[in-house]
Design a protein around this ligand. Structure first.
Ligand code: GLN
Length: 450
């Protein structure tokens, strides 16, 4: 039974929401999962939350950026309309995230998101709030978004299931773009059944997003798990040990385990960050303070001064991406960086597609243990980018992937990730269901009893 069906059996949802309201505001003060919490006294249906870079009519949507403070969209994103049309869901609120999706740890936001298993640890990002909310709420599904790992990483760190579909299978209309050729709207939930349930609702072609298509699902499940040597060679030894135990469990479930080497996969991080930053810098150009973004009332300032005042509201990481992104696509160096990055992406799609025709790629989600906030402060930006080495390949290539929790390490959850070929989305959801059933999977949530 999925959580939606379980919730429908509850006697008094109104009482439930009164209790939820108290718990949620108390927890939110501590964890910073939400940027906006709805008035819960009016709610009765199954609780849904939406990442704060997805537009919701009449509800402030800022993508956790100071520059969008006060922006109230006059329309719903297509995913939100599709959910509203059902008339059986209640919107709990907008979840906290790294500003515009720039980050892996949930720390590039005005309100730093904290891990519900232990608040000295990061929650992962950029969909930090969606993963935290799912980890603390028993009946809940969150609509999140990933460009390079923003669904898998926080899901792994918070002990929940995060699904990123094939690029284009869910409409991006109403998403505050980070990098249009990489962004995917996906789902964070506690179990695979909830993912399948919500994916059926939000997927499909949309006239407002020309890159969206109806999913023509192959659902091929050939019982082969592939380990890519380059993806597992640099992981933390404790994570590696747990991961090998997981691989063993898959072989007990009847999967054949194969090893492959794809040296070229190591180019994925460079290619991703060049493309992502190039596109981000063009997307951020519209926040000038005229049509979008912080209103600078002092129009008597000089032209340059006016824009500088408005755009100084971007956070540090956003500024870094404007500078680097503008550089890599500038005429004099474009062929050296941007064009090469695009070619690398195409080559990687071809190479990985061949491997994915033979089976599913399994890897850890992060090569490191969940870090504490003090540790993150010592990471250079490059070190942060490198921690995405396992989540970037499927994201760069638009392959569907799913992260699921499978162990604990020092009281913190650990996650693994399954990748499959384009349009084979349901197959990986099915494998996670199989894993949940076989191992009587019952993850213990730290705070999540309500
Ligand atoms: N960490 C990656 C980045 O900063 C991915 C984030 C995301 O998927 N939005 O680009």
């Amino acid at each position: 039974m999925n959580s939606y069906e379980e919730f429908s059996k509850k006697d008094k949802p109104t009482d439930y929401f009164i209790k939820l309201s108290e718990t949620l505001s108390k927890l939110n003060e501590e964890l910073n999962a939400f940027n906006v919490i709805s008035d819960l006294s009016k709610l009765t249906n199954f609780p849904i939350s939406v990442k704060d870079n997805i537009c919701t009519k009449d509800v402030e949507t800022t993508a956790s950026s100071k520059i969008l403070k006060g922006y109230i969209p006059p329309f719903d994103a297509t995913v939100v309309s599709k959910i509203r049309e059902k008339n059986t869901f209640s919107f709990l609120g907008k979840t906290n995230m790294d500003e515009f999706g720039f980050g892996s740890f949930g720390v590039n936001s005005e309100k730093c998101a904290k891990n519900p298993f232990n608040t000295s640890y990061v929650s992962g990002g950029s969909s930090s709030g969606s993963a935290i909310a799912t980890s603390i709420l028993k009946y809940h599904i969150s609509i999140a978004e990933s460009t390079g790992g923003s669904i898998s990483t926080p899901s792994a760190f918070c002990g929940v299931v995060g699904f990123t579909p094939t690029y284009g299978s869910v409409s991006r209309y109403g998403l505050i773009d980070y990098s249009n050729s990489l962004d995917k709207i996906g789902i964070i939930a506690r179990k695979s059944e909830d993912i399948r349930f919500m994916y059926d609702i939000i997927k499909g072609k949309d006239i407002y997003d020309t890159t969206s298509v109806d999913i023509n699902c192959n659902n091929q499940n050939n019982k082969t798990i592939i380990l890519i040597d380059e993806l597992i060679k640099e992981i933390n030894p404790e994570i590696e040990k747990l991961f090998l135990e997981l691989v063993d469990k898959f072989s007990k479930m009847g999967y054949v385990i194969k090893h492959k080497s794809i040296p070229f996969i190591e180019k994925a991080i460079a290619s991703y960050y060049i493309i992502a930053m190039a596109e981000a810098s063009t997307n951020l150009a519209k926040y000038t303070g005229f049509k979008y973004g912080f209103k600078n009332e002092n129009i008597s300032e000089k032209y340059n001064q006016f824009f500088t005042t408005s755009r100084s509201n971007f956070g540090k990481e956003a500024k870094r991406r404007v500078v680097l992104g503008t550089f890599v696509r500038s005429a004099s160096v474009k062929d050296m960086y941007y064009s090469k990055a695009l070619k690398t992406r195409t080559l990687l799609i071809n190479e990985l597609s061949k491997v994915l025709n033979e089976g599913f790629i399994l890897s850890p989600v992060m090569p490191i243990k969940t870090p504490k906030f003090d540790e993150i402060n010592n990471f250079s930006p490059l070190e942060v980018y490198k921690t995405d080495m396992l989540t970037i390949p499927p994201n760069l290539c638009g392959f569907p992937h799913i992260a699921f929790p499978y162990a604990y390490l020092n009281g913190m959850p650990v996650g693994a990730q399954l990748i499959t070929k384009h349009w084979n989305d349901y197959a990986i959801i099915d494998i996670v269901s199989e894993w949940e059933n076989n191992f009587k999977y019952n993850f213990k949530y730290n705070l999540g009893s309500i």
